[in-house]
Design a protein around this ligand. Structure first.
Ligand code: NAP
Length: 248
C-alpha cells in the first residue's frame, strides 16, 4: 500500500536551507508549508517562482510569537490538514564577543534558534503522538558542537537544540514520532554570504571536502530523516559539514 501523503511544515522555509528543504520534501511526495516571516513583495515573487511546480504553500509565521504560531498552525490545519513532519530551520546570528554582546543579542538568538523549537514542538508533537506518526528535525550547527569565536549566543542555542532533541526523542519514541538534529557546517546561504570574506576563506581552508556546502546537501539529510522508513532513527545528530568536524 502506498504511504499516505504527509504534510510538512518547515520554519525558515524561505531561507537558503529552508527553501531547498521545502523543494526536496515536495519532490519526495510531501505537501509542504514554508513558514517564514512575511516576505517583501519582490522576495515573495522570487520564492513563488522558485517553488513553481512544487506542492509548497507559503505560511506567514514569526517563530518568536507563540500566539501567532498557534493561529498560523490552526489556519494551516483547516486548509491542508494535520502536520506530520516539522523541520525547525528558522535561525539568525547576532555575533559579538561576550564582552560586547548585549542582552538583546543574546535573547534574540535564543528566541529564534532555540525557544522556537519548544514552541513549535509544543504545538505539533502531541497531535503527531496521538496519530502515531511524526518526524521532527531540528537544524542545529557545527558551531553548537565546537563553539565559535563571537558566538556564545548562537553556540549555546544550537547546543541546546541537541539536548532538547535527545530528551524529546525519548519522550516520543514509543509513539511513532522521531526527533533528530541535522548539524550543517558552512553552507552557501544568505547567512554565510553575510560573513566577512576573510572569515569565510579561513573556514573554507579547514573543510576537508575542499568546498562550501550547498543547501541541497543539508536538505538531502533532512528528507532522509523525514521518510516513513526512517522510524528507527531517533535522538540522532546528523552532521553535514564536509568533514569540518569529525567525531563519533
Ligand atoms: P537563512 O537563509 O538566513 O534562513 C533563515 C530563515 O529563517 C530566513 O528566511 C529568515 O527570515 C527566517 N527567520 C528569521 N527569523 C525568523 C522568525 N522570527 N520567524 C520565522 N522565520 C524567521 O539562513 P540558512 O543558512 O538557510 O539557515 C537555516 C538554518 O540552518 C538556521 O537555523 C541556521 O542557524 C542553520 N545553519 C546554517 C548554516 C550555514 O552555513 N548557512 C550552518 C549551520 C547551521 P529573514 O530572511 O526574513 O530573516
Amino acid at each position: 500500500m502506498a504511504a499516505p501523503q504527509r504534510i510538512a511544515l518547515v520554519t525558515g522555509g524561505a531561507g537558503g536551507i529552508g527553501a531547498e528543504t521545502c523543494r526536496q520534501l515536495a519532490r519526495a511526495g510531501h505537501r509542504v508549508l514554508a513558514a517564514d516571516l512575511p516576505l517583501a513583495p519582490e522576495r515573495q515573487a522570487r520564492f513563488d517562482a522558485e517553488m513553481a511546480g512544487h506542492d509548497v504553500a507559503f505560511l506567514p509565521m514569526d517563530v518568536t510569537d507563540e500566539a501567532g504560531c498557534a493561529a498560523a498552525i490552526a489556519s494551516a490545519r483547516a486548509s491542508h490538514g494535520e502536520v506530520d513532519v516539522l523541520v525547525n530551520a528558522a535561525g539568525i546570528t547576532r555575533d559579538a564577543t561576550l564582552r560586547n554582546m548585549s542582552r538583546e543579542q543574546w535573547d534574540q538568538v535564543m528566541s529564534v534558534n532555540l525557544d522556537s523549537a519548544f514552541v513549535l514542538c509544543k504545538l505539533l508533537a502531541e497531535g503527531m503522538a496521538a496519530r502515531g506518526f511524526g518526524r521532527i528535525v531540528n537544524i542545529s550547527s557545527v558551531n553548537g558542537q565546537t563553539g565559535q569565536f563571537g558566538q556564545t549566543n548562537y553556540a549555546a542555542a544550537k547546543a541546546g537544540l541537541h539536548g532538547f532533541t535527545m530528551a524529546l526523542a525519548r519522550e516520543l519514541a514509543r509513539k511513532g514520532v522521531t526527533v533528530n538534529t541535522v548539524s550543517p557546517g558552512y553552507i552557501r546561504t544568505p547567512m554565510t554570504d553575510a560573513m566577512p570574506e576573510a572569515a569565510r576563506e579561513q573556514v573554507l581552508a579547514m573543510v576537508p571536502a575542499g568546498r562550501i556546502g550547498e543547501p541541497a546537501d543539508v536538505a538531502r539529510a533532512v528528507v532522509f530523516l523525514c521518510g516513513d522508513d526512517a522510524g528507527y532513527l531517533t535522538g540522532v545528530n546528523l552532521p553535514v559539514n564536509g568533514g569540518l568536524f569529525i567525531s563519533f
